[in-house]
Write a protein that binds this ligand. Structure first.
Ligand code: ADP
Ligand code: MG
Length: 403
């Protein structure tokens, strides 16, 4: 099935269009520290404005408890949007109250109105269907069409994502359409060899992805904190490294399954072991069968893949035509444990084909390590949404758009 896209939206002149964006940017004392999500929302807003629409923008920010909390006001985001867009941007100090209602009614074509944080109203995320329907009806009052462009929230059954799309004619924005297209290319008619690289802290977060992707890939490379559950299950001593003992059985079944399918699961041959979880810890590079033989003994923690593993992984990545990477290879936030993640990011930039980075921390990692977005085929803006997509789950926010 195909998403209803902006191409089918028709004549916009003089109409009011409501758009759901994901403007949930990091703030420090009210100052935006990374405006990437605001920038990602610009093309669709611009397209609607150019078509002659008056555009009402809505988003959540952080996790307020269903009532107004000035720490989570969208006011600074509206201001930044005004700086980035060549258009007049107004800000309503409520969401569906009298201020928003009258400002929306007065909005001129070519102008933007940003509503206050959706999550200041408990109906946005309510478990009760009728409450979400009621909130969506208020949000869509007087609007001719709804555009869904917050890819980071399409896996959520929330009023501004699902019920709003059911209330008025609804369409996928450019961001949602392009994210969906890239993720579809990772699950159907994939160019081979297809390599998936997984890391990050918790293996339990990634079980669904492993399960769904295993029959679809040629190689699965595993690093990060999650690999130690694999190594422990295989009988290696992993010292004080991260481990989820109750997942050992499950990961063993993946290793067996991979063998049956002819898929290579590639695990590290060496790791960087640290004396403590600290930026200034003492470190040693060791083979995985000798992790407890370092000076730190059983208290040593594996915090990055080693140089030999980095080289092996890089070679496998660079010889692939499709690569999806989720999860840092080590604790990249500390420079002493960032080399593995950097090597893998570098290898992805050399892929002759499609290279995709997914996941919130992974996307942050490549930026912190000095790579540019354009170095990769695609960096997904929605961590949870992209993982659920790749797990084969149906995403409610895409289903309502015809997916
Ligand atoms: P993403 O958000 O990209 O899906 P995750 O949330 O799964 O990634 O994992 C990111 C975190 O994993 C990072 O904060 C990183 O420090 C941590 N991490 C990576 N390797 C290790 C390790 N060996 N031990 C502990 N934490 C790790
Ligand atoms: Mg994360």
């Amino acid at each position: 099935m195909a998403l209803r896209t902006l191409e089918t939206l028709g004549e916009l002149g003089g109409k009011t269009v409501l758009i759901r964006c994901d403007l949930n940017v990091p703030l420090s004392d009210g100052v935006i520290t990374d405006d990437g999500r605001i920038r990602a929302s610009l093309p669709t807003i611009q397209r609607l404005l150019t078509g002659g629409a008056a555009v009402v923008v809505m988003s959540h920010l952080g996790r307020p408890d269903g009532f107004p909390d000035p720490r989570y006001s969208l006011a600074p985001i509206a201001q930044r949007l005004g700086e980035l867009l060549a258009a007049t941007v107004h800000f309503a100090s409520d969401t569906v109250g009298p201020v928003a209602q009258s400002m929306r009614a007065a909005l001129a074509p070519g102008e933007v109105l940003v509503l206050e944080n959706l999550r200041f109203d408990p109906r946005e995320t309510s478990e009760i269907d009728s409450e979400r329907v009621e909130f969506a009806a208020l949000l869509t009052q007087g609007v001719a069409a709804f555009v869904s462009d917050g890819f980071g929230v399409v896996h959520r059954k929330q009023a501004s994502v699902c019920e709003a799309a059911e209330a008025v004619p609804s369409f996928a924005g450019l961001l949602v359409a392009s994210e969906t297209d890239v993720l579809r290319r990772l699950t159907t008619d994939t160019q081979r060899p297809y390599t998936v690289v997984l890391g990050g802290s918790k293996v339990s977060d990634k079980l669904g992805v492993i399960e769904h992707l295993l029959p679809r890939v040629n190689r699965l490379l595993i690093g990060g904190g999650m690999v130690f559950t694999f190594l422990s299950a295989m009988g290696y001593n992993i010292g004080a490294s991260l481990c989820e003992p109750d997942r050992r059985k499950t990961v063993m079944t993946y290793l067996e399954r991979a063998k049956e399918l002819g898929v290579d699961i590639v695990l590290p041959t060496d790791v960087v072991v640290a004396s403590a979880f600290a930026a200034d810890a003492q470190t040693a590079v060791t083979r995985i069968d000798a992790m407890e033989d370092t000076a730190f003994g059983a208290s040593g923690l594996g915090l990055d893949i080693g140089p030999e593993t980095s080289a092996t992984f890089a070679g496998l990545i660079e010889s692939s035509h499709t690569v999806f990477w989720n999860g840092p290879m080590g604790v990249f936030e500390m420079p002493a444990f960032a080399a593995g993640t950097r090597a893998i990011a570098k290898a992805l930039t050399n892929v002759n084909g499609l290279s995709v980075v997914g996941g919130g921390d992974s996307a942050a990692a490549v930026r912190v390590l000095g790579f540019r977005d354009s170095d990769f085929g695609h960096i997904s803006t929605g961590g949870g949404a992209s993982l659920e997509f790749l797990e084969g789950k149906s995403l409610p926010g895409l289903e309502v758009l015809g997916w």
